[in-house]
Design a binder for this molecule. Structure first.
Ligand SMILES: [Zn+2]
Length: 496
């Protein structure tokens, strides 16, 4: 029996109430043809509002939520397999679950309406639904005394249909698990997140997944010559660290080095930032969190790629000992840097980490992620990260991984002419462009100066994507951007 009764009084206008349903779980239906979906609903005596569904399908809404009953909170989520990863992915599904105020803890994914030729799309959706459920169920309100409204759980995810996406459901749960750990780390404020907490996070992951971890403390950083990292750390009470994780699965041949900017709080230093929104600067370790989450997930998924993760981490604080604008500092590479602006500190700590990576860890690909410039936000908005590389094959594969995960990337040029913007009269390079333009590109040109012409280096500026509007949060919050992107890219290297 189809019941089109609509109860607008007690529910949000996009939800519909009906009765006579035997569904006690949240049912997620994947469909290929709208006709088939409507027939399936009729066959199963589901009291879904057909007129509403038809209208939503006509409007090309790829993910539709119906509440079947306002008393037992039984829900139906209907997802078109024609959806693009941008429309339907772990974050948009999690946002949908949040908005719909789902109460179920058992989830049934019905894939009967999809034919076998669509295997890849079903597998994609199963992975993202499973990840979304972990994100939705996670209590991100870390520091509230009252946890009473955070009792969500995902007890069961079942799949009904001819395809066998169990592997993808498991991978999705692992993706969601790594993402919420990254979100918690990025959302943590600076008084609860110093280089010590960064180290504790990766230590816990390395012990859980059994990969090697080396933590370089100040004494070792000084003796090894991480001068730029130490210079940025001068104003901070808590010493800098360099976190080095090595994941070496047996049989893997490709080696990827991932470097992430781990500035736990960025005041700008003596070139101090304005007070407006300075609290967002707790997210200035978003690049570090992304590569930490990537090695955590890669090890959890047992990806067959050798990964070395290097995270230089420190706060950028204001103090009598802080470096001053105009100071000339040394770096690990031996090149001297004129610090025109102490707020361009991320590139300083990355300069040391990248030079160290190139010297000590020869790799097939060298990737760095950083919340590096406001310029990338102005250029591209919050829809995508910007990336720069000289390697066209690498550029294509990074772009494809972005399109496949809903974590878009967009290439910016790295032409040699931009290098002149970074020339210094007194030192080997300046940390800020002489012209107030092309800031994301000139930041990359600075980093390029320290990667010794690595043939497959890519820099991703994730300043616009690591932290932003997230459902369930009033203020900006962590997105865990980069974890799915990088692991999806790493999977393409497994058989290289
Ligand atoms: Zn800064």
């Amino acid at each position: 029996m189809i019941n089109n009764k609509i109860n607008r009084a007690s529910l949000n206008h996009t939800y519909y109430s009906a009765s006579d349903s035997d569904f006690s779980t949240c049912t997620i239906v994947l469909y290929q043809e709208a006709e088939q979906l409507l027939e399936w609903i009729a066959d199963h005596s589901i009291a879904a509002p057909l007129a509403y569904l038809k209208q939503q399908i006509d409007k090309k809404n790829k993910c539709i939520h119906c509440r079947l009953s306002d008393t037992d909170t039984t829900d139906l989520i209907i997802i078109s397999i024609d959806a693009t990863p941008q429309q339907v992915n772990k974050l948009t599904i999690a946002a949908g679950l949040e908005t719909a105020d789902i109460a179920a803890s058992d989830f049934l994914i019905v894939g009967e309406l999809v034919d076998a030729a669509q295997d890849a799309k079903v597998r994609y959706l199963c992975k993202h639904i499973a990840a979304a459920l972990k994100i939705w169920a996670h209590d991100g309100k870390l520091y509230k005394a009252d946890k009473s409204d955070q009792s969500r759980s995902v007890d069961q995810i079942n799949y009904k249909g001819n395809l066998k996406p169990q592997h993808d459901l498991t991978a999705g749960v692992k993706l969601g698990t790594s993402m919420v750990k990254v979100m918690d780390l990025v959302n943590a404020p600076s008084n609860r997140k110093t280089p010590r907490e960064m180290a504790a996070w990766i230590k816990q992951s390395s012990e859980e997944h059994g990969y090697k971890l080396t933590i370089m403390e100040m004494e070792e950083l000084i003796s090894k010559g991480f001068h730029a990292l130490i210079a940025v750390n001068r104003g901070s009470e808590i010493g800098a660290k360099c976190l080095i994780a090595e994941y070496r699965p047996s049989g893997a041949s490709t080696h990827v080095v991932l470097v992430g900017k781990g500035v736990t709080f960025d005041t700008g230093g003596i070139s101090i930032k304005g007070a407006n929104n300075m609290h967002y600067m707790k997210s200035d370790m978003g690049g570090a969190a992304a590569v930490m989450g990537t090695i955590d997930l890669a090890a959890s998924l047992k990806l067959s790629v050798n990964i070395t993760m290097i995270v230089p981490t420190t706060a950028n604080s204001v103090d009598g000992l802080s470096i001053n604008p105009g100071d000339i500092i040394d770096s690990y590479s031996g090149k001297k840097i004129e610090v025109i602006n102490t707020d361009a500190e991320g590139r300083l700590i990355l300069a040391d980490a990248l030079a160290y990576a190139v010297e000590k860890y020869p790799s097939d690909h060298l990737v760095d992620l950083a919340t590096l410039t406001g310029s990338v936000v102005r250029a591209l908005g919050t829809e995508t990260s910007g990336f720069m590389t000289h390697n066209d094959d690498l550029a294509r594969s990074i772009k494809r991984a972005g399109e496949a995960t809903g974590e878009r990337t967009w290439r910016l040029p790295l032409w040699k002419e931009y290098h002149s913007y970074m020339e210094s009269d007194l030192a080997d390079i300046s940390n800020l462009a002489s012209k107030p333009m092309a800031g994301a590109i000139t930041a990359a040109k600075f980093l390029e100066f320290f990667v010794d012409e690595h043939p497959s280096w890519v820099h991703l500026d994730i300043a616009a994507t690591a932290f932003g509007k997230m459902s369930g949060y009033k203020d900006y919050a962590a997105t865990a951007y980069g974890v799915d992107l990088l692991c999806t890219w790493l999977q393409t290297l497994e058989n290289d």
